[in-house]
Design a protein around this ligand. Structure first.
Ligand SMILES: NC(=O)c1ccc[n+]([C@@H]2O[C@H](COP(=O)([O-])OP(=O)(O)OC[C@H]3O[C@@H](n4cnc5c(N)ncnc54)[C@H](OP(=O)(O)O)[C@@H]3O)[C@@H](O)[C@H]2O)c1
Length: 343
């Protein structure tokens, strides 16, 4: 097995430790930002994808430091021997890859067996520390939680409720997180869990993921009404920083809720409309006349205690839409509207 780290001199001639880590699902929305953050901090990164040579992963090779310190390799989450080889020589693993769907027939097996394989392969390969990406879908879906309760790390979604309402993705994230915790405990592996809410922000990759699709549908006018619902959002750059922060802090353990803001959809579309008046963004609620759902309280104190600061939602929304325009996903309206706000 190769060594976990090597010492090199940086451009200032200083001796610098370059630790090898692995990121599963490196080409996805969150994975790409985690790779970028790790490269900025001087790590040597091995990124996994199912098709590493596919053009959808090409953006990774253009990241600063990628030429010298990033390698991409194929990994199958259901093939433990393959994972042991991929993790060999790594000090840490960031397990981010996951099917994100309520209908994928392989959802449960990849989420649960895949996670079991990742944890055990990491232990077999001599990895010290694993960061697992859970989801607030594993935390907030509980119809019996009081509206006054504060959403925090001790909260779990109600599995049966998720199953009955067709939220199988939430079921998969719950089971995967529990599996990660149990397997890591059995194998004596250090495990830290980041629990992001709906993650938005500028995309490094070209392929749109679900959270970004959620925003783009309002901006293009594809959504004619908005639901009477609240949701929690966070900036992808904070999600990436949170992953690296909990990895680097040896005292970090357990779950870290990564939420920037909880807002009613009315406030989300109002913010978008104020920022981008040239787009036709709906102002109509599906549930006109009914009592409005109330945003709930949440705590992101554990991450704040580690020094993480959260970007205001307004800035994140602005950066999300500008990035979509720059990538050609949004065409500016032919007739210019009122001048947009500048942030
Ligand atoms: N975005 C959010 O709002 C959000 C919120 C909370 C938690 N999360 C969690 O964050 C992680 C990344 O999400 P994302 O938003 O960045 O999604 P994404 O852009 O769709 O990326 C998903 C990644 O998972 C990999 N993947 C999907 N199905 C797979 C399978 N069957 N086998 C192996 N790999 C598979 C994909 O790899 P390939 O490149 O090989 O396709 C891709 O890299 C997931 O664990 C998700 O549950 C996301």
């Amino acid at each position: 097995m190769s060594s976990h780290s090597e010492t090199r001199s940086n451009s200032n001639g200083e001796r610098q430790q370059q630790q090898q880590v692995c990121v599963t699902g490196a080409g996805g929305f969150i994975g790409s930002w985690v790779v970028k953050e790790l490269l900025i901090r001087g790590y040597r990164v091995r990124g996994t994808a199912r098709e590493p040579a596919d053009h959808k992963n090409a953006h990774l090779l253009a990241l600063e430091g990628a030429k010298e310190r990033l390698s991409l390799c194929r990994a199958d989450l259901l093939d433990r021997d393959n994972l042991i080889a991929v993790f060999s020589g790594c000090h840490g693993v960031f397990h981010i890859a996951s099917p994100i769907s309520n209908t994928d027939p392989d959802l449960m097996v990849v989420a649960v067996e895949g996670t079991k394989n990742v944890i055990n392969a990491a232990a077999d390969a001599g990895v010290q520390r694993v960061v697992f990406t859970s989801s607030y879908g594993a935390v907030h879906m509980d119809p019996n939680r009081s509206s006054d309760a504060v959403l925090q790390e001790s909260c779990w979604s109600d599995y049966e409720f998720c199953k009955q309402t067709g939220n199988l993705y939430c079921c998969s994230k719950m089971m995967a997180e529990i599996t990660a915790k149990e397997e890591a405990a059995k194998r004596g592996l250090e495990l830290v869990v980041v629990v992001p809410s709906v993650t938005i922000g500028p995309a490094l990759q070209q392929k749109l993921n679900l959270g970004i699709t959620h925003i783009i549908r309002y901006v293009t006018g594809a959504k004619k009404t908005y639901p009477n619902a609240v949701a929690a959002y966070v900036d992808v750059r904070e999600v990436a920083r949170a992953h690296v922060l909990v990895y680097e802090r040896p005292d970090a353990r357990g779950r870290y809720l990564c939420i920037g803001a909880v807002v009613h959809r009315a406030d989300l579309v109002k913010l978008l409309g104020d920022l981008f008046p040239e787009y036709q963004i709906t102002a109509k609620c599906e549930d006109d006349g009914k009592p409005m759902a109330r945003p709930y309280r949440f705590s992101n104190q554990r991450l704040r205690d580690l020094g993480l600061e959260f970007t205001p939602l307004r800035q994140t929304l602005y950066d999300t839409v500008v990035s979509l325009e720059q990538q050609g996903h949004l065409l500016l309206p032919a007739v210019p509207g009122p001048e947009r706000a500048r942030l």
